[in-house]
Design a protein around this ligand. Structure first.
Ligand SMILES: Cc1cc2nc3c(=O)[nH]c(=O)nc-3n(C[C@H](O)[C@H](O)[C@H](O)COP(=O)(O)OP(=O)(O)OC[C@H]3O[C@@H](n4cnc5c(N)ncnc54)[C@H](O)[C@@H]3O)c2cc1C
Length: 362
């Protein structure tokens, strides 16, 4: 059991994850769900980090969670990303005032013996410009009828539960847990992605799915995701994974620099920036005010996005042509880094990325 982010057991788990075959991240093999890596995480008690002691968890603080995620994402981004989606669902269930869900569904999620994932981004960052909800909820006797689709869900194939959100005509949103086997739910197969294909990310279709009110996590209300914990948009989790991936690239450059003096100035600069990002992340996670720190969660996300692109591409320059050959870790990191340009990006972060690419002030 990993008791804290400084535990040698966490180091051991990360060492194992990083040397296990990266075939699961293969660009073409959509069936390569990382069963074994996730099993190792469950066995090491990773799911327990995120829930309070009174419900069988270890109740890690937000800064300990960030420190743990930094190490996991440097070892295997795909596995860690899948974990974030499962944990997001777990925390939504753990945080609900709904006693039924907490008593009947939560215990197995905490041990990892059953899993849940989220299909909620259409409430915040996806399909918002369409002007009408892609997943519609209608109140009915004893619950809600759900119709439409959720464009994105990671690991729906392997999950027992789907934590989903839908919107009523009046704009109020309802968050609920649906058993994947429920009549009317169809989990589409995962898309071929630029990277992280093994995360099995695809759409969920709902055709007149009845959700009993005992499965409602929150709502109906405006902006249902803004209350409760679950790693929503604008939170620190996305930045944490970006910084973790970047640290793997910086470590690669450090190894090369041991015998290549020309890499030293680049390495020194990147290490300095990495240290600053990690410090700001952990301080924000401890609850230090953005004004005091001179860095908000949103500033951190924009800087982390920029840094992960620069660090992975610097690693490619250092690895030269060999790093461009498929199967080299650096080419995979470069593809993985682009994920942060599209994952859970609120509008100000998108804008900051665009300004950087356009070479204009944000
Ligand atoms: C690999 C991966 C895994 C993911 N996993 C999950 C998950 O497990 N759970 C989850 O809830 N979410 C998940 N997401 C969703 C993610 O967090 C973002 O919400 C998503 O990437 C946003 O992209 P979108 O194409 O849906 O955006 P949209 O905003 O829907 O854009 C789609 C298209 O609409 C057009 N468009 C966009 N904005 C406008 C506009 N203002 N006016 C006119 N046209 C416009 C553009 O042509 C664009 O290509 C995942 C995403 C990816 C890529």
């Amino acid at each position: 059991m990993i008791e804290s982010p400084t535990s040698p057991e966490l180091r051991k788990l990360c060492d194992r994850l990083s040397v296990m075959t990266p075939a699961a991240e293969s660009k073409t093999d959509a069936d390569a769900w990382p069963h074994e890596k996730l099993r190792l995480c469950a066995e090491a008690g990773v799911y327990r980090w995120f829930v309070p002691v009174e419900v069988g968890g270890l109740g890690w603080s937000e800064s300990d969670i960030a420190a743990g995620y930094l190490q996991l994402s440097a070892a295997c981004l795909t596995t860690t990303f899948i974990l974030t989606q499962q944990v997001s669902a777990l925390r939504r269930v753990a945080g609900t005032p709904n006693e039924y869900l907490r008593a009947e569904v939560l215990p197995n999620l905490v041990t990892g013996s059953s899993t849940a994932t989220v299909a909620i981004s259409h409430l915040t960052t996806s399909r918002r410009h369409l002007g009408k909800p892609v997943l519609h909820a209608r109140s009915t006797v004893g619950g809600f009828l759900i119709d439409g689709y959720s464009p994105w869900c990671t690991g729906g194939c392997g999950a027992d539960w789907l934590v989903m959100g839908a919107e009523q005509d009046d704009g109020a949103q309802v968050l609920f847990a649906a058993e994947k086997s429920l009549a009317g739910i169809k989990v589409e197969s995962g898309n071929q992605l630029m990277a992280l294909t093994a995360s099995q990310t695809g759409a969920i279709k709902c055709d007149q799915v009845f959700i009993d009110e005992k499965f409602v996590i929150a709502g109906p209300k405006d902006a249902v995701l803004s209350s409760g914990k679950g790693g929503g948009t604008g939170g620190l989790q996305t930045s944490t994974l970006a910084i973790g991936l970047a640290s793997a690239a910086v470590k690669f450059i450090a190894n090369e620099a041991e015998r290549r003096e020309d890499l030293r100035p680049t390495l020194d600069a990147l290490q300095g920036q990495l240290h600053e990002l990690e410090t700001n992340l952990l301080e924000l996670a401890k609850g230090v005010a953005a004004d005091t720190l001179g860095c908000s969660a949103q500033d951190l996300r924009a800087s982390a996005n920029s840094f992960v692109l620069r660090a992975t591409q610097a690693a490619l320059v250092a690895a030269k042509g060999g790093g461009y050959v498929q199967g080299h870790p650096v080419e995979r990191w470069c593809r993985e880094a682009m994920f942060f340009l599209v994952w859970s990006c609120p509008q100000p972060v998108l804008q900051s990325n665009l300004c950087q690419f356009a070479g204009i002030e944000s």
